[in-house]
Design a protein around this ligand. Structure first.
Ligand code: SAM
Ligand code: SF4
Length: 332
């Protein structure tokens, strides 16, 4: 079998594949999509389970992908998720496989996903206050998320990671509270700066709670020490909490971008390769696949798609244009 690298013109090599399994979601986080939801992808445009596994297989077996993360939209809404995970774990060399999820329904499926070979979960949880959870997600489901987290841990999908976004005027004062809550339960917390990827195009720099603000807020209650581990392609800057061993991460995607070390590539639910969250172009692997392309041809297309990867996302440039697809349709 012919193998190649997903290398771009700046010498970065993509080894971390994010696959969106659906653009649909059962929450409506205000920083992601509007209250009424979006026009979901028609069923026939989405990759089938077999198509997903074929493309992921090309990525892993021919193109050097070592980590696969299934996301969305909400990946737990994909009926074939456990089977897709199982078939992905059967690839050689075996990739690390995880999901990013809002955890609704995880309580029920965590054991099945663990049995299918899933390595880990990243659960998105921005607040542990029910009223604020409702304000942010527009649904009353905090209880289900907490049950999902517990089930993930019980099923051995560890370390359980929690991702949080802070919103000004809603939960921007809750960083220490959320950290204390996660520490008590042994969950690894990471805060993510809000990015201009909402479907409503409502993001403003002024409203974004910066990594600096998040750290200052945490430091009002905890002693944080940089772990000293070079950030490399891991976007989170990690800090030991009160001397360790527990730590907290902050992902400063906007104020301290890590594009120079980016090792990611994305595949949307309709089979488009995106070399960046903020890419303005995509490469259509679905059309090629449905037109009968061979694995070699699909691999070549994928390699070619990486050549246009820009050096950085350029959110601060005056020329910056938010991508047409929102986060939920790209796969966050
Ligand atoms: N539905 C799943 C979830 O929420 O975990 C997976 C998809 S969601 C798009 C993936 C991650 O993107 C979540 O952690 C979410 O908080 C984050 N996210 C969504 N919109 C964002 C934005 N505008 N800026 C930063 N993070 C965002
Ligand atoms: Fe759904 Fe995740 Fe977007 Fe929230 S962030 S609306 S849970 S896709």
């Amino acid at each position: 079998m012919r193998t190649q690298e997903l290398v771009d013109r700046h010498g970065r090599i993509a080894t971390d594949l994010r696959v969106s399994l659906t653009d649909r979601c059962n929450l409506r986080c205000s920083y992601c999509m509007p209250a009424e939801g979006l026009d979901w992808l028609p069923h026939e445009e989405a990759l089938t389970d077999d198509e997903v596994v074929r493309l992921v297989g090309i990525g892993v077996e021919r193109l050097g992908i070592t980590e696969v993360r299934f996301t969305g939209g909400e990946p737990l809404l994909r009926r074939g998720l456990a089977d897709i995970v199982r078939r992905t774990k059967a690839l050689a060399p075996t990739p690390d496989v995880s999901i990013t999820t809002n955890a609704l329904g995880l309580e029920r499926v965590a054991p099945t996903l663990a049995a299918a070979g899933l390595d880990r979960v990243n659960v998105s949880l921005d607040t542990v206050r029910a009223a604020d959870f409702h304000t942010i997600t527009r649904r009353d489901r905090l209880h289900d998320v907490i049950a999902g987290l517990r089930a993930a841990e019980a099923a051995g999908l560890t370390p359980v990671k929690v991702n949080a976004v802070l919103l000004r005027g809603i939960n921007d004062d809750q960083a220490p509270e959320l950290l204390a809550w996660c520490l008590e339960r042994g969950y690894q917390l990471r805060f993510i700066e809000q990015m201009p990827l909402d479907a409503q195009h409502g993001w403003t720099r002024e409203d974004m709670v910066t990594a600096e603000e998040i750290l200052a807020s945490l430091e009002s209650e905890f002693v944080l020490t940089p772990t000293g581990t070079p950030r490399g392609s891991a976007p989170a800057e990690e800090f030991l909490v009160d001397g360790g061993p527990a730590s907290v991460g902050v992902i400063a995607s906007v104020t301290r971008p890590f594009c120079g070390d980016c090792d990611r590539v994305r595949l949307t639910a309709d089979g488009q390769v995106r070399d960046c969250l903020f890419a303005s172009t995509e490469s259509d692997l679905r059309a090629a696949m449905r037109a009968g392309a061979s694995d070699d041809e699909l691999a070549d297309r994928w390699v070619a798609a990486m050549l246009g990867k820009r050096a950085g996302h350029g959110i601060d440039d005056v020329t910056f244009l938010q991508p047409d697809r929102p986060m939920s349709a790209i796969g966050g």
